[in-house]
Design a protein around this ligand. Structure first.
Ligand SMILES: CCCCCCCC/C=C\CCCCCCCC(=O)SCCNC(=O)CCNC(=O)[C@H](O)C(C)(C)COP(=O)(O)OP(=O)(O)OC[C@H]1O[C@@H](n2cnc3c(N)ncnc32)[C@H](O)[C@@H]1OP(=O)(O)O
Length: 203
C-alpha cells in the first residue's frame, strides 16, 4: 500500500499520521457523533438550550487555535477515517495502491437525504475523495476535471458500504478512473472521472 509520503507533487509535511501528539482522532470521532446525534434528535427545549450553550463553549475553546491551511490537521490525517475531516464520510481503506482502492464506510444520520437514503450529493463527495486519493497516489498531483455519477439504487444510511476505484487509463496529464459503491450485492452508484495533472503554478 502506498503511503502518503509517496504522493507526488504534494509536500509530505502536509500529510500527517499520528505522531503521538494530541488525540485528534478522538476529537473528530466525537464531532461525528455530534453531527449524527443532533441531526437525529427531536430534543425538548431545555436540552436544545443546554446543547447550544455547550456547543458555543466548544467553538470558543478551539477558535483561538485557528491556523492557516498549511498548518491544519483536519483533512491531512490520512490514517484517520475520512482523513479526519468531518465533512467526508468516515471512509476506511482496505486496499490502496496505484491502480485501485477498496474502501468501506457507514454513513450516519448526518448524511441522510430522505426515506433512509443518503443525500445524493454525498455520493459524488465519496467518489471524488476515493478517486482523488487514487489518482494522486504515486503520481504528480491532479485535480478533478469531471466526475459523472449514476445513481443506480438508493444508498442506505447506517449500513455497511463498499467503495471501489480503478485507474482505467492514463494519457499524458489525463487520468481516467471509475468508481462503484455497493451495499452488499446491490450496486448503489457508479461513476467515471477525469483527473488532470496540474502544471507548475496551478493551484
Ligand atoms: C486537490 C488534490 C489533492 C491531492 C492530495 C493527495 C493526497 C491524498 C490524500 C487524500 C486524498 C484527497 C482526495 C481529494 C481529491 C479532491 C480532488 C478535487 O476535488 S480537486 C477540486 C475540484 N476540481 C477543481 O477545482 C478543478 C478545476 N479545474 C481546473 O483547475 C482545470 O480545469 C484543470 C486543472 C482540471 C485543467 O485545466 P488546464 O488548463 O490545466 O488543462 P486543459 O488544457 O484545460 O485540460 C487538459 C486536458 O484535459 C481535458 N479536459 C479538461 N477538462 C475537461 C473536462 N471537463 N472534460 C473533458 N476533458 C477535459 C482537456 O480537453 C485537455 O485535453 P487534451 O490535452 O486537449 O487532450
Amino acid at each position: 500500500m502506498s503511503e502518503p509520503g509517496n504522493i507526488g507533487g504534494f509536500r509530505p509535511r502536509r500529510y500527517r499520521t499520528d505522531g503521538g501528539g494530541p488525540d485528534f482522532g478522538r476529537m473528530i470521532e466525537a464531532l461525528r457523533r455530534i453531527q449524527d446525534g443532533i441531526t437525529a434528535a427531536d430534543a425538548p427545549e431545555g436540552v436544545v438550550t443546554e446543547v447550544a450553550d455547550m456547543l458555543e463553549k466548544v467553538a470558543a475553546a478551539v477558535e483561538p487555535y485557528e491556523v492557516d491551511e498549511e498548518g491544519m490537521i483536519a483533512g491531512r490525517r490520512v490514517d484517520l477515517p475520512g482523513r479526519g475531516q468531518a465533512l467526508i464520510p468516515p471512509l476506511e481503506y482496505d486496499e490502496w495502491d496505484e491502480d485501485h482502492v477498496v474502501a468501506r464506510c457507514s454513513m450516519g444520520r448526518f448524511y441522510l437525504g430522505a426515506n433512509g437514503a443518503a443525500h445524493g450529493g454525498v455520493i459524488p463527495l465519496v467518489f471524488d475523495e476515493v478517486l482523488g486519493r487514487l489518482a494522486n497516489t504515486g503520481r504528480p498531483v491532479s485535480r478533478t476535471a469531471y466526475l459523472h455519477v449514476n445513481f443506480r439504487a438508493i444508498t442506505p444510511i447506517d449500513a455497511p458500504l463498499r467503495v471501489t476505484g480503478t485507474v482505467v487509463r492514463i494519457e499524458g496529464r489525463k487520468r481516467f478512473l471509475t468508481a462503484a459503491l455497493h451495499h452488499g450485492d446491490t450496486l448503489c452508484a457508479d461513476g467515471d472521472a477525469l483527473f488532470v495533472a496540474l502544471n507548475p503554478g496551478q493551484p
